[in-house]
Every structure is written in C-alpha cells, then in structure tokens.
Design a protein around this ligand. Sequence first.
Ligand code: GDP
Ligand code: MN
Length: 419
Amino acid sequence: MKLHEYQARDLLAANGVATTRGRVASTPAEARAIAQELGGKVVVKAQIHAGGRGKGRLVAQSETAAMYRNLTTDPDNYSGKVKGDRIGGVRLADTVDEAEAAASAILGKHLVSIQTGPEGKLVKNVLVAEQTDIAKEYYLAAIIDGMQGSPLIMASAEGGQEIEVVAHNNPEAIVRLPVSAAAGYDPYVGRTLAARLGLAGDHADQFGKIVQGLYKTLLATDASLVEINPLALTEDGRVVAVDAKLTVDDNALFRHKDLEALRDKDEEDPLEIKAQELGVANFIKLEGNIGCVVNGAGLAMATMDTIKLAGGQPANFLDIGTVNDPQRVVSALSVILDDPSVKAILVNIFGGMARVDIIAQGVIDAHRQMKIDVPVVMRLIGTNLAEGEKLVEESGLPLIRANGLAEAAQKAVAAAGAR
Ligand code: GDP
Ligand code: MN
C-alpha cells in the first residue's frame, strides 16, 4: 500500500526525521491559509501516488494520453518545471496569492508524469510546505532487500529529479549499506554513509540522525520502501527532507490499523480492491483480455507465460490459493467478469490439497449465480479429477474442455480472438 507524501512525511517526522513544516489542503482557500501561517514563501505540491511530479504536467482528463505521449517522446519540450512558464505538479510560490493560484491550478486537474501512465491521476489534495533554499540535493532510501533478506540503506550525493538516470548510467554513485535486522541500527551506518557522500561535521551529524529516523520508520511501519528524494542541504546549513515516499508491505497491514486508515482507495485499481474485499488475496490486474483462475502462484505464472506463448495476453494474475471452498471460485470469477476487457476465461487447476471437484463446483455455481457471457476454458487435473469431470458433464454448461496447459491456452486465445 502506497501512502501520499503528506502522510509519509508525518510518519518520518514522528520518527525523528527533520522535515519542512507544512500541511495538506483540498481547496485553494485552505492552501492560502496554510501559506499565510508559513509566512508566504511556500511550495505547493500535488498529492498523487506517483513520482516525477515536478516534471509532470497538469491537464484536463481528455488530454492525459496526448500529454503522456509528449512527455515520453519529447521530454525536453514538454517536461514540467518547478518555476517559470512550464510549471508542473510541484510549484514554488513566493506570496499567499501565488500559493492560492498554484493550488487552484493543480486541484481538480489530472497530473501526468512519466510514472502515472497515460491515464494520469486526478489531484484531490495539495501539500503546502515552507519553501527551502536548496544548496544541494541528496538521495536517501531504506528498503527491505529481498535478495539479502535484510534492510538496506541507499544514498547518493546525486539526488533529485535525475536519480533514475544516475541509477542507470552511473550506479556506483549510489552507495548501498545493509543493516543487520538482528543487530539493529548502529550510528556507524549514518557516519559511513555521510563520509561516502562527502558530508562532514555538523552536516554529517544531522544526516546521521535522519538515516536513523528513516530506518526507524521502515521498521515501525513494516514498509518495503521509505524514500527521501531530495534530502536537501539548505543554504543555511540544515539537512532536511523535502520529499517523502513510503510503501507499506500489504502482508503486514493486518497489524497496522492506524496505517490502514491512511489508505486512499481512489488511487488503487477498483478490481484489486474488490478482490481484497472478497478475500481473493492474490489478484493483480494486467492489460490483456484473457482472465485467469489458477491455484498456486507458480502455476499462475506458468499459465500467463503459456497464454503469451499462444499469442494472447493475460488480463490478470490470480492465485486462488489452496482453498476447498466453491464460493472462492465464484468470487474470483465475479472480479474477473467486472473487467470489460476480458474476452475469455481460462480456469487452470492442478488439484493437490485443493480438490478438482470443489473447484468445478465453484465454476458451476458461478454460472448459476451470474451471467457469464464470455467463453470459459477449463483444464482440470489432479485430486478428485473424476468427480470433477462428472460434475462438469452433468451440469450441461457450455464449458470448453482442454487436456493440457498448452491446449487450454490455445483454446482460450482462439476463443478471445473470435470475439
Ligand atoms: P517529485 O518530482 O514528485 O519527486 O517531487 P519533489 O518533491 O521531489 O519535487 C521536485 C523537485 O522540486 C525537487 O527535486 C526540488 O528540486 C524541487 N523542490 C521541491 N521543493 C522545493 C523547495 O522547497 N525549494 C526549492 N528550491 N526546490 C524545491
Ligand atoms: Mn522527489
């Protein structure tokens, strides 16, 4: 689960990271009032679940795809700027009037950045924060490194909007330091990183406190990523977080009711939300037109590969899990059928602990409970196959049967293509 910048910065601040003062606003008048409180010189920032806002552009919903094309093919002529005539989703305002005008230009529009995709994202809120005089921009992040099974701190003296370019062209410019979860945080980590980034004296001390706070935030929120980019060294010698990004590990959300309350469902895929609500945990929406119902994550991956091999595109990843409950199959099919791009469904079940007859019963129940107006291809094998076959035959439903995975994928692709 991703958080908005204004939520992430509050969590960082609560764990001891120096941030700028600021608050979120949903109307231009509120933005003006906050700017007034902060003394007038502020930065007004669109709050969406995507980065690249500074270089993004605000447009009407009907123009997002065209703007996305422009930004990706001709960034020099289209990228937004924080100040000047081509301003984007992050704007510097020097007076309360400018702050109000910036908020009114951002709110209610769609922000398109290279990270939003062609649909852009509707901006419902802006963060109004005190403006920082930035002398130098650093990059700082903490992640859970799955390969090492350990937290990892990453930092670079070349932070800011070009960090992806740095990561690609000059990866040595990003310093990586693992932190042993068992031993815990040691101030040595912050000191080492500061030295590698060329920070000394008081700057290094401030930086070390921020690294420690960042690490604390990672653990306290069960985040998979906490990122500060840029971490600014100000003209008056302060080290302060100017941006914040935080992703909570979904598998840990059950023990963070306070974080769950920060969820912004408008930013998430409606099909994935429905799947979660129905207890269909492992559903991920994709771009294709063949809906997949599979038991087991590995088999689900293999099913998607085989569909591609047969010349088709999966509409989703779905692992229904090892559950002997026909209702789970009904729920899964109801999520898939909500997707207007689905033109055929492939049910691929390898019965082990999960029984073929129960899955087959689920498909039959779904046909009785809902209108399924796309062809359903079924490949069943494993435990209680004979019982499952019998149920399918007796049901008289127009299910397309397939014997192997390759045959099932080909039949699904053909069925989808015929529509
Ligand atoms: P992002 O583009 O979505 O990553 O949004 P950021 O919050 O990182 O803002 C983009 C850029 O705007 C930063 O890299 C800074 O260069 C600039 N920026 C943001 N806030 C301030 C500020 O308070 N003062 C100055 N001078 N620049 C800022
Ligand atoms: Mn940023």
